[in-house]
Design a protein around this ligand. Structure first.
Ligand SMILES: Nc1nc2c(c(=O)[nH]1)N[C@H]1C(S)=C(S)[C@@H](COP(=O)(O)O)O[C@H]1N2
Ligand SMILES: [Mo]
Length: 400
């Protein structure tokens, strides 16, 4: 069995603990360390100008038109932010990463963990990777606007995704250094942001189990983003970057990691981030990898000038394999291949010349296929929490 396949592995997890017990777990499960804040926390710290972001509650989504003209990387000043609560302002001097659990030699307890400071991390051999982070709920609003279905959660369009260059230490290095035992099966990274309280229940710090196979494969304990120290909103001083997996895996403001020789659960893998609905088993299907999507670098409902040729640009990406090709339709019937503008593994940038036949309303569509042969269907299978909207999105524009 492939233990990096969350749906498969989850059946093992659920086999050992009953699902109901798992969902009943709350804050008491994880030690609540605090880290002294250097100032009062704010919602989101960086500026959110209206031409680059759409603010949605405690979150901010990137406007796709703000990516036109940028390179492969999304600049920090337009990278989306997804905060369950708010951005804590932490000090690198007092920050500690605390590792504990039965999956480490000597089974250190939460009260007496293995500790690592910021400078300790900087002193370890570093690696730089370009990776995409995308919220599992990216595209959620289209379940409602395109499919007429009601879903819970933040009504993102397609801007809850970004690609950055991350520098840090492989999680495998950190775990080995902390005394990883071969019997370890799960790690549980937790954030130092305030507890997440929803429906009157305190679910404790944001945290989500990660199978050891993925943890050792390509996960980074990152302290730099696009060549700068990690910005506060993106996890300063240290976050995880979990390539190709749903954004929640990439825990920001990383404070602790439980390493366990028995499977771990948290509300973020029992209650959230499961596909639940008429087409899924009653306990739902756990999500690991992200799926395929495409977006135009155009304003939503924007206007293009009539009587000339436009170069439609956009990007396509997939959590299951590199994007192989992209087709675009401007009339809802015929599809043309878009030309690649560069690909470095995180996403494919493409363009297509288009001369509108005349003024009027148009719906632009883009659909990608990846190396596994997966594509974008016309309709996304429904799930109540609106995750993984992978269907083709109709992008309205006006030619005038
Ligand atoms: N500690 C902590 N980590 C977190 C979150 C959070 O609220 N708290 N949000 C997660 C979710 S749901 C996503 S999609 C990504 C978003 O990363 P970004 O804000 O840097 O874009 O961070 C993840 N890591
Ligand atoms: Mo997310």
């Amino acid at each position: 069995m492939d233990l990096t396949d969350e749906a498969d592995y989850d059946r093992v997890r659920l086999g050992r603990r009953t699902f109901l017990r798992a969902t009943a777990l709350t804050a008491a499960f994880f030690p609540l360390w605090t880290s002294p804040a250097v100032a009062e926390p704010g919602p989101i710290v960086k500026p959110l100008p209206a031409d680059r972001f759409i603010v949605r509650g405690t979150n901010a989504e990137t406007r796709w038109e703000a990516l036109a003209g940028t390179g492969n990387l999304v600049p920090i000043d337009r990278f989306f932010v997804r905060n369950h609560t708010l951005t804590p302002l932490l000090s690198a001097q007092t920050w500690r990463l605390r590792l504990f659990g039965t999956g480490l030699r000597g089974a250190p307890t939460a009260g007496n963990p293995v500790e690592l400071g910021y400078q300790d991390l900087l002193d370890l051999p570093a690696r730089t990777v370009t990776a995409r982070i995308e919220c599992a709920g990216n595209g959620r609003s289209f379940y409602t606007t395109q499919q007429n279905q009601s879903v819970t959660g933040t009504a993102w369009q397609l801007g809850a995704v970004g690609v950055a260059r991350w520098r840090g230490v492989p999680l495998s290095t950190v775990l080995e250094r902390a005394g990883l035992r071969r019997s370890a099966v799960d790690v549980l990274p937790a954030g130092l942001d305030p507890d997440y309280v929803t429906g009157g229940v305190n679910l404790g710090p944001v945290r989500r189990p990660l199978p050891i196979r993925k943890a050792l494969k390509d996960v980074l304990v990152a302290y730099e983003m696009n060549g700068e120290p990690l910005p506060p909103d993106h996890g300063f001083p240290v976050r995880l970057v979990v390539p190709d997996w749903i954004g929640i895996a990439s825990i920001k403001w990383l404070g602790g990691i439980e390493v366990s020789d028995t499977p771990l659960v948290s509300p973020w893998n029992t209650q959230f981030y499961r596909l639940v609905g008429p087409d899924y088993p009653p306990e739902g299907e756990l999500i690991g990898r992200q799926n395929i999507k495409s977006a135009f670098e155009l304003p939503w409902g924007g206007t293009l000038a009539a009587g000339r040729t436009h170069h439609l640009t956009g990007r396509s990406w997939s959590g299951t394999g590199g994007v192989r090709g992209v087709e675009v339709s401007t009339d809802g019937r015929t599809w043309r291949h878009a030309a690649p503008r560069g690909h470095d593994g995180a996403w494919l940038r493409w363009s297509l010349p288009w001369r509108p036949t005349g003024p009027g309303s148009y719906t632009l569509r883009a659909r990608a296929t990846d190396r596994t042969g997966a594509g974008q269907p016309a309709v996304a299978p429904y799930n109540t929490q609106g995750y993984l909207f992978g269907a083709v999105v109709g992008h309205p524009i006006t030619v005038a």
